[in-house]
Design a protein around this ligand. Structure first.
Ligand code: ACO
Length: 334
């Protein structure tokens, strides 16, 4: 019997800070509106002309995570890359990073589960390690949102929410089954696929059709019914956490640190109240980075780790909800 432990974490965000006031110069919005509804103060957006991309940011985060795990790239047996903003339509970012990091011909898998991408990826990595198939799995979440956002007043409902960045973790085999990932729970509900989506380009709505549609065609920008997302998110976050705790015969009183997908501070605060957690038990960095989707949990975990917030034996609960809808939780004994 094996357990999988997180042995290294790393993150990378572009240098370019975009404040709410910066946004109010290019669209009809305000710092007050954004902070009140989302908690976001600023985000990082890749600057035009920069070399950063979903792949290169992921590679930078991965190098840090591998080094902190005390490993080299040649020790990694498998790559899992979560993103909704891949560099290519295909192949996926997993193979691109395998090349960027000059890794041996290990397998590489892309996970397309948006805000839940990192939770799904941890679950996949955990299964590969627990079955004995792999010893060290590299899991990356990276997003280059700013390239696809509609940065005009028309797109303000979404443009103010999202930021760019990457986070990575190395999961390694351990024989101490009392620690590491205790459980993962995953869910989806495709009937809500249209509530939060980017529909094109797709095989059925290809680039020429978009060009023909001109400025009226917004199918290549993200669309979201924000209120519907909010209502479902608070329910599903809570369900996934409860499911994870109950599966391990634990309660909310046992949680030392809750690391949610950084969707919106109001969603996090709702969940915090629901489980009666103190501010010290909840990690939030959405104020600085906005919503970085698949990257949000690994960036938050990497920062929390750097700040010494995880102590030996701590119970860490991770949960995410997002487009699909997809959602899930991971319970970790550190
Ligand atoms: N600045 C100023 N005004 C804006 C902006 C903006 N950036 N965006 C929208 N508005 C306007 C709207 O046009 C509307 O104006 P109107 O009343 O004249 O029509 C008004 O503000 C209210 O718009 P709503 O969309 O109803 O605003 P709401 O209060 O619902 O807040 C928000 C929007 C923040 C997205 C909210 O619905 C929410 O928190 N949803 C949760 C979804 C979420 O967090 N998604 C993150 C990504 S998904 C995920 O990670 C799970």
């Amino acid at each position: 019997m094996y357990s999988s432990k997180i042995t290294g974490m790393g993150h990378y965000v572009p240098d370019n800070i975009v404040t709410n006031d910066d946004l109010s110069k290019i669209m009809d919005t305000s710092d007050e509106w954004i902070q009140e509804r989302t908690g976001i103060k600023e985000r990082r957006w890749i600057k035009e002309g920069s070399d950063d991309s979903t792949g290169t940011m992921g590679a930078k985060a991965a190098r840090i995570a591998i080094e902190r795990a005390g490993l080299t790239k040649d020790d990694i047996d498998f790559i899992i890359f979560a993103t909704l903003s891949p560099d290519y339509f295909f192949p996926g970012n997993g193979v691109l990073i395998q090349d960027m990091l000059d890794m041996p011909t290990v397998g590489a898998l892309d996970v397309r589960n948006q805000c839940s991408g990192f939770v799904y990826s941890l679950s996949v990595a955990d299964q590969f390690i627990k079955t004995g198939m792999y010893k060290n799995v590299l899991v990356i979440g990276s997003e280059y949102h700013s390239g696809a956002l509609d940065k005009t007043t028309r797109g303000r409902g979404l443009a103010v929410l999202f930021g760019d960045g990457a986070g990575a973790a190395v999961l390694s085999r351990s024989e101490d089954i009392s620690k590491g990932i205790l459980s993962t729970h995953l869910h989806s509900q495709g009937e809500h696929a249209e509530v939060l989506t980017v529909k094109a380009p797709s095989i059925s709505h290809w680039v020429p059709a978009i060009i023909e549609g001109g400025a009226e065609d917004t199918s290549y920008h993200p669309f979201m019914d924000g209120q519907k997302v909010f209502k479902h998110a608070i329910v599903r976050f809570s369900e996934a956490i409860t499911e994870g705790l109950e599966a391990n015969k634990l309660t909310a009183d046992d949680i030392d640190m809750f690391i949610p997908h950084q969707a919106n501070l109001r969603i996090t605060q709702f969940v915090q109240r629901r489980f009666n957690l103190s501010d010290d038990q909840v990690y939030s960095n959405i104020q600085k980075y906005g919503n970085t989707t698949a990257a949000s949990i690994p960036i938050a975990m990497s920062e929390a780790w750097e700040e010494g917030k995880f102590k030996d034996g701590d119970l860490i609960v991770i949960a995410a909800f997002g487009s699909g809808f997809t959602w899930g939780s991971v319970v970790i004994r550190w």
